[in-house]
Ligand binder design. Structure first.
Ligand code: FAD
Length: 469
């Protein structure tokens, strides 16, 4: 066995947000760190998730903006798109951010190894690279191997005509007709982007409504907007079969219908990449392979932590991975942080109209036995929204009811509309600090701004509404 003094404090398996977040946190605290990553620094988020998807959505937004330009007297002609250029631009950006991340890790003294890491029963970690095998005996191991797209047996992916999110984000050509299977965050982002770029889209969902994880009123606004733009939506059905023709794909649904398209996109969630440990290692897991941790991210093995999408029962979001990484490293180094509060996690969905929320939905609050006061205000009257020309939207605030029936602590804030994802900060503070309507309703919001609508909604809840009663 190697001399303990030459061994790193931390070995982290996986270089996505959770893994590299842990590496930066530990290295900044003065620890020696090795990161073993198999799929490119930045993980799913940078290589085939958040960043590429938002790049595509930005292209769609520019296209849509160009179509609206004549409203301001600007002539740009009918926009067209060369999607190969969009794809090249996305790849260049991803590669530039990955290079920057590599430099940052190097600057902090983190040793990044490109290869596959595997935890052993004696808590050592084997790294297998193109050059051979290394064995580490660190003080702490952090498992951060993330997730991969969930497969559907009835809809096998060939990454050509039937793609998952990995294949979708590598497209160099747009189809004329697409079926998007799965109307969660990723499916709705893809459907919105395709539709804005002129593709005829059919969105298919197994649940009774789109965006099943969102507040029902929020989902309704998005559903209405999508339908108005010509996106066909079928909910409450499953895919039973797919048939590949010469150029088209036919998808059979459980309601007996069949839909044809040039491209099918499967976006039905993600499963943990759980094969991070040798078969001899016993670590508590759930049936899906997700690793069980406590609030300090400790697994059932001492000094072995798990963070990010790999962890069972947590929201699969990059910022949750970052936060869990800080908690794990803090615990390992004897400076524990409070556990990540899942009820206070901000959510953002970048479709058009955008969705952002924090805290409980109305259904969740009622199911928990809360007596609530709810205010929902459509965005239509907001002057900034009218200037932008995007008035589809809603602010919905859910408060715990005081004994006299007035609105008390803010327990849920739900926004739909332009730039909703950039406006959630006020609501996030209120929900996480348990602030009451009275305490925050008097804070000024700049005029004219989209956030005014949230401010007006709070004023109204406090009984002092001006534009909003
Ligand atoms: C299309 C799409 C859009 C998304 N949009 C958003 C968004 O807008 N906002 C948001 O917060 N989240 C978004 N997500 C989710 C986000 O990407 C994930 O929550 C996040 O990447 C999880 O981080 P992670 O570090 O846990 O895992 P990952 O990012 O999956 O990284 C894990 C890394 O570990 C590597 N690895 C796996 N096994 C091994 C092994 N044995 N040895 C070495 N390395 C290994 C993988 O190759 C990968 O590089 C999106 C996801 C997708 C697919």
């Amino acid at each position: 066995m190697a001399d303990a003094s030459s061994q790193p404090d931390f070995v982290i398996i996986g270089g996505g947000p959770a893994g590299y977040g842990a590496a930066l946190t530990a290295a900044t605290a003065g620890s020696s760190v090795v990161v073993i990553d198999a799929g490119g620094l930045g993980g799913t988020c940078l290589q085939r998730g958040c960043i590429p998807a938002k790049y595509f959505l930005e292209a769609a937004s520019v296209f849509h903006g160009a179509q609206q330009a004549s409203r301001f007297g600007i002539s740009v002609g009918e926009p067209t798109i060369d999607f190969a250029i969009t794809q090249a631009g996305k790849s260049e950006l991803v590669s530039s951010i990955a290079t920057g991340l590599g430099k940052l890790l190097k600057l902090r003294g983190v040793n990044v190894i490109s290869g596959i890491g595997q935890l052993q029963a004696d808590k050592s970690v084997i790294a297998t690279t193109a050059d051979g095998v290394s064995v580490f005996h660190p003080k702490f191991v952090i498992l951060a191997t993330g997730s991969r797209p969930r497969a559907l047996a009835a809809l096998p992916v060939d990454q050509e005509r039937v793609v998952d999110s990995d294949g979708f984000l590598n497209l160099t050509e747009l189809p004329q007709r697409a079926i998007v299977v799965g109307a969660g965050a990723i499916g709705c982002e893809f459907a919105s982007m395709l539709s804005d770029l002129g593709v005829a889209v059919h969105l298919v969902e197994g649940e009774g409504r789109i965006l099943a994880g969102c507040d029902a009123d929020v989902a309704k606004v998005v559903h209405r907007s999508f339908t108005k733009r010509g996106i066909a939506i079928t909910t409450g059905v499953s895919v039973t079969e797919r048939t590949l023709g010469e150029t088209i794909v036919s998808v059979a649904l459980s309601n007996g219908a069949s839909i044809d398209a040039d491209l099918v996109v499967v976006a039905v969630g993600r499963v943990p990449v759980g094969d991070v440990a040798a078969p001899s290692v016993t670590v508590d897991r759930v049936p899906s392979g997700g690793i069980v941790t406590n609030g300090q991210q400790q697994t059932s093995i001492e000094d072995v932590y798990a963070v990010g999408d790999l962890v069972a029962g947590r929201p699969q979001l990059a910022h949750v991975g970052f936060a869990e990484a800080q908690v794990a490293v803090g615990h390992a180094l004897g400076s524990p942080l409070p556990e990540v509060n899942i009820d206070g996690v901000p959510w953002a969905i970048y479709c058009r109209p955008e969705v952002a929320f924090v805290g409980l939905t109305e259904e969740q609050a009622v199911a928990r036995g809360e007596k609530v006061v709810v205010k929902r205000e459509p965005l239509g009257g907001n002057s900034r929204a009218q200037i932008i020309g995007e008035t589809e939207g809603l602010v919905k605030v859910i408060c715990r009811a005081n004994a006299d029936g007035s609105a008390g602590a803010i327990i849920g804030v739900h926004l739909v509309g332009p730039w909703a994802t950039e406006q959630l900060g006020h609501g996030e503070l209120a929900v996480n600090l348990g602030l009451c309507v009275d305490a925050v309703a008097s804070f000024l919001q700049p005029h004219p701004s989209l956030t005014e609508h949230y401010g007006e909604t709070l004023l109204s809840l406090a009984g002092r509404g001006m534009h909003v009663k």
